[in-house]
Design a protein around this ligand. Structure first.
Ligand code: 3PG
Ligand code: MG
Length: 398
């Protein structure tokens, strides 16, 4: 594994430390509706504060596109952060300029402050060197916990890290360790579950994973594209008919690399995608005309569980079926719960990530039971694609 600087041996006592967090949290009516990203960065902030650092937290919120927009102000997030840290968090209404400078100047050792939304300045997303210098001027050192935006080469994730001594915070460290254990240096056999609607958005993920894992389990709408490419009639199912050639190429490459692609052997189908819609279970080569595949069937679940049981590592991205609506969540729930039990028994390392994935695991009641669930969506996918992320590259110690 590449070596990254962490907080171990990183001297912060009495220093001003700029912490790039990803507190791009969901909000409704001016209130934070899910504090997961806040809660998971708090240990880093408190560790720094306890060591006598002056902790200056910066983040983006939403996509205000370089303009000051009150609905994207971090004021409410600073309040939620103070609550989570159980200590006051002063707030500056700009991330650069005189107000930010005076809030930082008033800090004492162990204080935590938060600066206003980085994306109120267009220079942030341009990775602008001068803007990075202004951010760096607040601090003596840089720590990042923002794995979930490390696929963005922005001033606060990339350029600034080159101007100050830089280290990964504890959340960033945990993300890097989990992903390394699951993908770069895993215990074999390794299975990857890749689900979701379309293969067109995950071609690079599938290509990279097929070279690294032993079993590639395909679920969700994208399984239909593979089935169709193999000549199976998927009737009215969601399917990218124009991607058949790409699907065949992935299957051929996987075969060359010794990776087994696993597709459903049966399916739950319905005439419409609606809560409680009348559904039936059919063999995968007998999908009735006018119906669509909305979940994997019980035979597929049994097969997947027995395959996963033979593995030491599981990587999960994307649901197996249309999990948002019952009864089409049954397959995803059953396989996720089985993987969670193997994990609890110490037989499986399970790492999951991606927006829909976390929602699906939460719905299955197992998000806490996997070995690691990433806070990242886009960054997790780019890691699965085998890309080096700019916000991670800047932390390399070698
Ligand atoms: C996220 O929530 O995915 C990250 O915070 C990145 O946000 P972005 O997609 O707007 O860059
Ligand atoms: Mg995103």
């Amino acid at each position: 594994m590449a070596k990254y600087n962490t907080l171990d041996g990183f001297d912060v006592s009495g220093k001003r430390v700029l912490v790039r967090a990803d507190l791009n949290v969901p909000m409704k009516d001016g209130l934070v509706t899910n504090t997961t990203r806040i809660d998971r960065t708090v240990p880093t902030l408190l560790e720094l504060a306890d060591q006598g650092a002056r902790v200056i937290v910066v983040t983006h919120l939403g996509r205000p596109k370089g303009e000051v927009k009150p609905e994207f102000s971090l004021g409410p997030v600073a309040e939620a952060l103070a609550k989570a840290c159980k200590k006051p968090v002063a707030f500056a209404r700009d991330c650069v300029g005189p107000e930010a400078a005076s809030v930082v100047a008033a800090m004492k050792d162990g204080d935590i402050v938060m600066l206003e939304n980085l994306r109120f300045h267009p220079e942030e997303e341009k990775n602008d060197a001068e803007f990075a210098r202004k951010l760096a001027a607040h601090a003596d050192a840089y720590v990042t916990d923002a794995f979930s935006c490390s696929h963005r080469a922005h001033a606060s994730t990339e350029a600034v890290a080159r101007l100050l001594p830089a280290a990964a915070g504890r959340l960033m460290q945990a993300e890097l360790e989990a992903l390394t254990d699951a993908l770069d240096a895993p215990k074999h056999p390794v299975a990857a579950v890749v689900g979701g609607a379309k293969i067109s958005t995950k071609l690079e993920v599938l290509g990279n994973l097929s070279k690294k894992v032993d079993l590639l389990i395909i679920g969700g709408g994208m399984a239909n594209t593979f089935l169709n490419a193999k000549g199976v009639d998927v009737a009215k199912s969601l399917c990218e008919h124009d991607m058949a050639e790409d699907a065949r190429k992935i299957m051929a490459e996987a075969a060359d690399a010794g990776c087994d692609i696993v597709l459903p052997v049966d399916a739950v189908v319905a005439k419409e995608f609606a809560e409680g819609a009348e559904s039936q279970t059919v063999a995968i080569d007998a999908v009735p005309e006018g119906t669509m595949i909305l979940d994997v069937g019980p035979k597929s679940v049994a097969e997947l569980n027995s395959l996963i049981k033979g593995c030491k590592t599981l990587l999960w991205n994307g649901p197996l079926g249309a999990f948002e609506i019952a009864p089409f969540d049954v397959g995803t729930n059953a396989v996720a719960q089985f993987a969670a039990r193997l994990t609890e028994d110490g037989k499986l390392l399970s790492v999951a990530g991606g927006g829909d994935t976390v929602a699906a695991l939460q719905r299955a009641g197992v998000a806490e039971k996997f070995s690691y669930v990433s806070t990242a969506g886009g960054a997790f996918l780019e890691w699965l694609e085998g890309k080096e992320l700019p916000g991670v590259a800047v932390l390399r110690a070698d």
